[in-house]
Design a protein around this ligand. Structure first.
Ligand SMILES: [Zn+2]
Length: 285
C-alpha cells in the first residue's frame, strides 16, 4: 500500500539499457546501500559489473517509472565497495524511499525463491527457469514452482473509543501493535481474523472490513489489513505470543510501529476518526 510511483513488474529484461538502473544487491539477507546525509540510497548504475563484485544470480524485476530494476545476489564474505555497506532490510526500513523499500523486499524474496527452488520438491530433479514467467519448471515431472507467499491478516479491533493492541514477545522494544497472524489452509481471511484475535487475546470480533494490504518481506508475507469491532469476551493471556494485551484510547497510546507499516496506518486511521468524528473503513487511495 505504498502511495507510490508506478512500478511495473516484468520478467524479461530489456535488450538494451539506456539509463542507469536500480540494483538491489543482496549478500545473504543484506542489501547493498550507500549511506548519505538524508538516509540511505539504493545503487544506481548502468551496469552492476562496474563494481567488480562476484555476482551469483541476477533477476530482472521490472521498471519504476523510467528506471529498470534488478535483483542480484553477491557471493558471501565479499567486502562492500568503498562508501557502501550491507544492511538488513529491517535496518534500512524507514531510511530508504518507501517505493524502493518495497522493491527491495520483492528482490529479496525472488532471490530467496531462486536459491531454495534449485531442485524439484516432488522428484528432486534440477529445475529450470520458465523463460517468460516468474516460475521454475521440473523437466522430469513438469511440476511448477512459483515464488512463495504467506498471507497473514492484521487487524485493528475497536470498542467504542478504544483499540486493542498487543506487545508481542518477538518485539525488541516496548512497542504495542495490532493483532496479526498467518492464514491457515482452508480458511477465509475473515475466519482467520476471528481465530487469530481470539487465540491471541481472548476477544471475539464482528463487523470485519477490509482495509488495505502490504507486502512484508520477512521472509515472504503479504499482510492483509482489516478493521473489526469488539463482539464479546475478556482479555486473556492467549497463546503466549504476547507479553501484554490492552485496550488503549487515543490519549493513552503506547509506543507504536513505524509510520510505513500497515499496523500504524490502521492505528492512524482510527486516530483521524477520533478527531473528525467520522468513521473511515478503508485507507484513502
Ligand atoms: Zn519433478
Amino acid at each position: 500500500m505504498t502511495k507510490g510511483k508506478a512500478f511495473v513488474s516484468a520478467v524479461v529484461a530489456p535488450k538494451r539499457r539506456v539509463t542507469e538502473a536500480y540494483w538491489f544487491a543482496f549478500q545473504e539477507d543484506k542489501l547493498l546501500v550507500k549511506p548519505g546525509s538524508s538516509g540511505m540510497s539504493v545503487l544506481r548504475l548502468m551496469d552492476f559489473r562496474e563494481l567488480g563484485l562476484p555476482v551469483l544470480r541476477e533477476h530482472y524485476l521490472g521498471r519504476l517509472e523510467d528506471r529498470e530494476c534488478y535483483a542480484v545476489q553477491i557471493a558471501d564474505a565479499v567486502p562492500p565497495p568503498k562508501g557502501m555497506t550491507f544492511e538488513g532490510l529491517r535496518q534500512v526500513y524507514g531510511l530508504i524511499d518507501e517505493d524502493l523499500f518495497s522493491i527491495a523486499g520483492r528482490a529479496a524474496q525472488i532471490i530467496e525463491w531462486d536459491v531454495t527452488h534449485q531442485f524439484c520438491g516432488r522428484c528432486g530433479t534440477k529445475t529450470r527457469p520458465r523463460p517468460r514467467e516468474r516460475a521454475k519448471e521440473c523437466p522430469q515431472c513438469g511440476l511448477l514452482h512459483f515464488p512463495r507467499l504467506a498471507p497473514a491478516v492484521i487487524v485493528l479491533v475497536r470498542h467504542g473509543r478504544e483499540i486493542l493492541l498487543a506487545r508481542a514477545r518477538r518485539f525488541s522494544t516496548n512497542m504495542y501493535s495490532t493483532i496479526a497472524g498467518f492464514v491457515e489452509p482452508g480458511e477465509t481471511l475473515e475466519q482467520a481474523v476471528v481465530r487469530e484475535v481470539h487465540e491471541e487475546t481472548g476477544i471475539m470480533t464482528k463487523d470485519i472490513h477490509y482495509f488495505g494490504s502490504q507486502p512484508w518481506p520477512f521472509p515472504h508475507s503479504l499482510m492483509i489489513g482489516f478493521t473489526a469491532n469488539y463482539a464479546h469476551g475478556e482479555i486473556s493471556a492467549g497463546d503466549g505470543e504476547n507479553i501484554d494485551v490492552r485496550w488503549f484510547t487515543a490519549v493513552n497510546l503506547p509506543s507504536l510501529p513505524n509510520k510505513m507499516s500497515i499496523a500504524r496506518k490502521l492505528i492512524d486511521t482510527f486516530l483521524e476518526e477520533q478527531k473528525s468524528g467520522r468513521r473511515i473503513d478503508s485507507q484513502k487511495a
